[in-house]
Design a protein around this ligand. Structure first.
Ligand code: ADP
Length: 737
């Protein structure tokens, strides 16, 4: 036994038995707030010994955040000697804090002095929102004690009656004896008158009789003493019985769970505590009524049959989470109960009634139903989800539910994976780091997201790598504890492979481009030497021609010079590109006037065309620090394009203006223009507009690319505005200074 049996606060053995078998945790305390009894259920719940819990030890199991609130409320209850209800978290044997509903009822001695509390505790963790107390069963022993004591009382009374009867008989006997003696004295007196001798004899006899009488009197006194002693004993026994009966009654009355006692086969209510009357929604006038009179609505609900069976067979009946429809507020409403019917026996061993204990569990059952329903909804959602989903439960990650998409992704027959630990059903997914990820989610409750994670699986017999975007979401019970993992996964293998192919192609294209650039670089370099010689020869020929002028040769040489310059520009362009790629373009900066450079280049280009007129607008003195030759080539390129892409031959306007620390050069033509969609691609390498107009115009699409690179290296900007068929305007800026 784990209770303290200190003589000053006795705990009835029968009560212990009742509390230990009760389905709620129970405790008893003294007026000094020390707890000196804990039911087995309590100790099983906390996993601690009676010694650890007794006195104030139990407080160590209370959640640190709840200790102050608990202590305050308990102090109040003890000071006021009043019933209390209290919700707090208590550490269970597995270390988990569970919400507990404690219900304490004050206890009083027969003389009305406050003696402490008797308390019950229920695990209501699943029912945080629930406002009402959930009552639980207890076994029926308390009332059986009452029965036993009642019968003891009866036996004692019978004994008392018996002793009284004996007393009466003894007294009657004494009275007879007295009568006899008196008769004897009378006869002797008469005889005395007859003879003195006889008188003498009579005297002697009388003395003897007197002696006998004295002895008899003494005996009578002794018998009387004995009787008094028995009487006192009996009184003590009766008062003890009364005390015990009071204790039992008050225990039943104050028990925080419903108890009712029904007598006879007609189930007449002889005892009902407040808790059971609350369940029925009735007052004390129920006593004396039959169960049927009280709750006629139970007619078709088997309860009468159950009661009758217990009464007839003596086999106790227990029901759990049983729906019972009771009329409350004039309406038949469903409630749920755990209840027991226990037979009650009289001293002769015959059943004389049934004890009913019950606990209303409507809220618990409804909460469970809600949880089950929401679980069902979740499962349905998962089964119908448009992505692969499953729930893995417990630390083993057992496949609880998985939709078709998930099964397809795993590539295994359903029977291989269903209800099995995931890494057992999918052994091929082991050792890829997934075990650790799942353990982390399960134990920390943190969501994990993966993007394009490769997972190697043997699907339908073939080893494959699939890429997955997936989420591991902790799956929590209503108490917020992680009990599993919800997995949602999207197969992105196709996209990943497609992207990898594109990246591969791009890499190859870049490689080819590099080879092309390398080739162009080398070819241009090789072409430059013969072209320089050719240019020198043409120049020598021109000089020689002055001595011997010939108009045909002169014209031919001039055309040759023009073609050589074109070719030279082209080759220089290619060389510039390969230098640019190699990062070998260096700016050779110097101070010069942009307005002057514009005029010079315009003059040069004007020579190449007779059908266009280049107007250089009068510009003020604009000076920059830049690479004169390279900026010259940018202007030359833009002007050549203006000429080249205006085959109709019209005017070309060149100007420059300063703005916010920059000079802006503007070259405007009235040529074929560029369509909106091509405009911002013009500056890309090798880009050429493809149209009927441009098809016959030669070029490589590198002029604008090089120009843009040069302008950018100077810290400027280049852009174009154009309208197809109307003309184009090209702009570039350079920082002033
Ligand atoms: P290329 O002239 O050798 O093709 P560019 O880089 O100089 O190379 O020009 C790229 C493209 O921009 C040209 O092919 C042409 O289609 C377009 N372009 C350039 N300048 C003009 C312009 N002034 N008017 C119309 N289109 C132009």
């Amino acid at each position: 036994m784990h209770q303290n049996n200190g003589s000053f606060i006795p705990v009835d053995e029968q009560f212990k038995l009742m509390a230990d078998t009760a389905p709620v945790m129970m405790w008893v305390s003294g007026a000094d707030k020390m707890r000196y009894f804990f039911s087995k259920t309590w100790l099983q719940f906390t996993g601690r010994t009676f010694e650890e819990e007794s006195g104030e030890g139990w407080i160590q199991g209370v959640h640190p955040d709840d200790v102050e609130r608990c202590t305050e409320l308990l102090n109040k209850a003890y000071n006021a000697c009043e019933e209390f209800k209290l919700e707090y978290r208590l550490k269970r044997h597995d270390g988990q804090y569970r919400w507990i509903l404690a219900h304490g009822m004050p206890r009083f001695n027969t003389d009305g002095v406050f003696a402490g509390f008797i308390g019950s505790c229920m695990d209501i963790d699943e029912l945080l929102e629930s406002e009402r107390i959930k009552k639980e069963f207890i076994s029926a022993h308390a009332l059986q004690i009452e029965q036993k004591l009642n019968s003891q009382l009866k036996t004692a009374n019978a004994e008392l009656e018996h002793i009284n009867k004996e007393l009466h008989q003894t007294q009657a006997m004494l009275a007879n004896l007295n009568d006899e003696l008196e008769e004897k004295v009378r006869v002797r007196t008469i005889e005395l008158e007859d003879s003195e001798q006889e008188q003498q004899t009579l005297n002697e006899e009388l003395t003897a009789i007197n002696e006998e009488f004295a002895v008899t009197n003494e005996e009578l006194a002794a018998t009387n003493d004995e009787l008094m002693l028995s009487q006192q004993k009996l009184e003590r026994l009766v008062s003890d019985l009364k005390e015990t009966e009071h204790r039992i009654r008050s225990l039943v009355e104050s028990a925080p769970f419903p108890i009712g006692v029904y007598q006879g086969r007609e189930m007449r209510i002889v005892l009902a505590n407040q808790a059971i009357m609350d369940v029925w929604g009735k007052g004390y006038d129920v006593i004396g009524k039959t169960y049927h009179e009280l709750l006629p609505e139970l007619d078709n609900q088997q309860i009468y049959d159950q009661l009758d069976d217990v009464y007839i067979t003596g086999i106790p009946f227990h029901a759990r989470n049983q729906q019972v429809d009771i009329v409350v507020d004039g309406k038949l409403q469903p409630f749920y109960f755990n209840y027991s019917f226990t037979p009650l026996y009289d001293t002769a061993g015959n059943i004389y009634g049934v004890m009913n204990t019950a606990a209303e569990v409507t809220d618990i059952v409804l909460a469970k139903q809600r949880v089950e329903q929401s679980e069902k909804n979740l499962y349905n959602m998962i089964l119908q989800a448009p992505v692969a989903m499953c729930i893995l439960t417990g630390p083993q990650h057992i496949v609880e539910v998985a939709n078709d998409m998930m099964i397809k992704l795993w590539g295994k027959p359903v029977t291989d994976v269903w209800n099995k630990p995931i890494f057992e059903g999918l052994p091929d997914s082991r050792d890829q780091g997934l075990e650790q990820l799942m353990a982390d989610v399960y134990y920390t409750g943190q969501t994990y997201r993966a993007s394009e994670r490769p997972v190697s699986l043997i699907r339908n017999g073939t080893q494959e790598v699939v890429y997955q975007d997936f989420v591991y979401e902790p799956y929590r019970d209503s108490g917020g504890n992680t009990t599993g993992i919800i997995v949602a996964s999207i197969d992105v293998t196709e996209q990943v492979l497609a992207r990898q192919r594109i990246e591969q192609n791009l890499l190859e294209a870049q490689k080819l481009q590099k080879q092309k650039d390398g080739f162009i670089g080398i070819a241009s370099h090789e072409l430059k030497t013969p072209l320089t010689s050719l240019s020198a020869i043409v120049q020598v020929l021109s000089v020689k021609l002055k001595d011997n002028p010939d108009p045909f040769i002169s014209g031919a040489l001039s055309k040759a010079t023009s073609q050589i310059r074109k070719m030279s520009n082209l080759i220089n362009g290619f060389l510039d590109i390969s230098r640019l790629e190699a990062g070998k373009i260096h700016l050779d900066k110097q101070q010069f006037r942009v307005d002057q450079l514009l005029r010079e280049v315009a003059d040069e280009i004007q020579i190449t065309t007779q059908i266009h007129t280049i107007y250089v607008h009068h510009n003020s003195h604009v000076e920059v620090s830049a690479d004169r030759e390279k900026i010259g080539s940018v202007i030359s390129n833009l002007l050549s394009n203006a000429v080249k892409y205006s085959p109709g031959g019209k005017r070309i306007d060149v100007s420059c203006e300063t703005e916010d620390g920059f000079v802006k050069v503007i070259i405007k033509d009235e040529g074929m223009g560029v369509k909106e969609q091509d405009l911002n691609k013009l500056f890309d390498r090798y880009y050429r507009v493809e149209s009927d107009h441009t098809r016959h115009i030669s070029g490589f699409g590198i002029g604008l690319y090089l120009s843009a690179e040069i302008v950018k290296q100077h810290g400027g900007r280049i852009w174009a505005e154009s309208e197809s068929g109307i003309g184009s305007t090209f702009y570039f800026t350079l920082p002033l200074g």
